[in-house]
Design a protein around this ligand. Structure first.
Ligand SMILES: O=C(O)CCC(=O)C1=CC=C[C@@H](O)[C@@H]1C(=O)O
Ligand SMILES: [Mg+2]
Length: 328
């Protein structure tokens, strides 16, 4: 990826603030900056607490989208999972009803301020709505220690789990958990997410035998090519997931999923449904459980309609400058 001059990146900058339908990972709205190049728009939306050292990879992904485009797809549709935030069990049917035809659901668990019973109720509700043949995975975002994870996963396992994503925070704990689950006869796969996307060395998960499945996200890994490179080096199956993007960022995730030689799992690319607004009127959302590989046409009127307050533009310009300094 060739880093473009800063003034060029800022020339056609747009910044929006999109409301979410449901609170997700602690946020109620999503601020997103867009840069524009010969290949179209690139999305730059590292979460607000990320430092430039980490956020710089998100800028690489945006530059790749705008100035280089993506590798050729090997498939024209990608299967997608429904994503269920840490809502009350009673809200599950409404959340799931937004994901047309999805037969896999990912359920957030271990939310701060909630109890294991909330997770059990939510997962039970998902199983109930989706039926016995659906696939259900959970994502704890590192919220459990090893003992809590063994207990929680053993109690969730009867609902039938495809895998548990990032049950514990560290790679060491994931490795210890896998051993403890095996000792206790709990047959649930462990997936690594943060241990790959936020790690200095994504391959450490493999060396420590800490995961059965790897979650791979475009923006945190620095672009479609970079993520493809990591995905093809990982000796475990890969699940492509999003970073809570608008349709512009989602298209990059779809491009990665479409370019992977093997795609054994549904992808976490349905999260445009979590947004209450988008920058295109033809959002990249699942239909019949899949997203078709296609370009996203951004609507200038929607960029205006959802434009962030002016002082936030200043913030994003400073942020892009700081990330740019990391890349050059
Ligand atoms: O994987 C999915 O179903 C959707 C994406 C998703 O869950 C996430 C997107 C963005 C930030 C993360 O907290 C979260 C995740 O942990 O996977
Ligand atoms: Mg995750």
């Amino acid at each position: 990826m060739t880093v473009r001059p800063l003034d060029e990146l800022l020339e056609e900058l747009r910044v929006v603030r999109l409301p979410l339908r449901t609170r997700f990972r602690g946020v109620q709205e999503r601020e997103i900056a867009y840069v524009r190049g010969p290949f179209g728009w690139g999305e730059f939306a590292p979460f607000l607490e990320y430092e430039p050292s980490e956020a710089a990879r998100w800028l690489s992904a945006a530059i790749e989208a705008a100035y280089e485009g993506w590798p050729s797809p090997v498939r024209d549709h990608v299967p997608v999972n429904a994503t269920v935030p840490a809502v009350k069990a009673a809200e599950v049917p409404e959340v799931l009803s937004r994901y047309d035809g999805c037969r896999t659901a990912k359920v957030k668990v271990a939310e701060r301020g909630q109890a294991l019973q909330d997770d059990l109720d939510r997962v039970a509700a998902v199983r109930d709505v989706m039926g016995a043949d659906a696939r259900v995975r959970v994502d704890a975002n590192g919220g459990w220690d090893v003992d809590q994870a063994v207990d929680a996963i053993a109690r969730l396992a009867p609902y039938g789990l495809e895998y548990a994503e990032q049950p514990c925070a560290t790679v060491e704990d994931l490795a210890a958990l896998r051993k403890a689950l095996a000792r206790n006869g709990v047959d649930v796969l462990v997936a690594a997410d943060e241990s790959i996307r936020k790690a200095e060395d994504p391959m450490r998960v493999v060396r420590l035998d800490a995961a059965d499945v790897a979650v791979v996200k475009v923006a945190p890994l620095g672009g479609v090519r970079a993520a493809l490179d990591i995905a093809t080096q990982l000796p475990v199956p890969v699940v492509v997931s999003s970073a809570l993007d608008s349709s512009v960022g989602m298209a990059a995730g779809v491009a990665l999923a479409a370019a992977l030689p093997d795609l054994p799992f549904a992808c976490g690319l349905g999260t445009v449904e979590l947004l209450a607004a988008d920058v295109t009127d033809d959002s990249l959302v699942p239909r019949s459980g899949e997203i078709g590989v296609r370009p996203v046409v951004v609507d200038d009127l929607l960029l205006d309609r959802w434009a962030a307050p002016r002082e936030r533009w200043e913030h994003w310009m400073r942020r892009i400058a700081a990330c740019h300094a990391e890349l050059v």
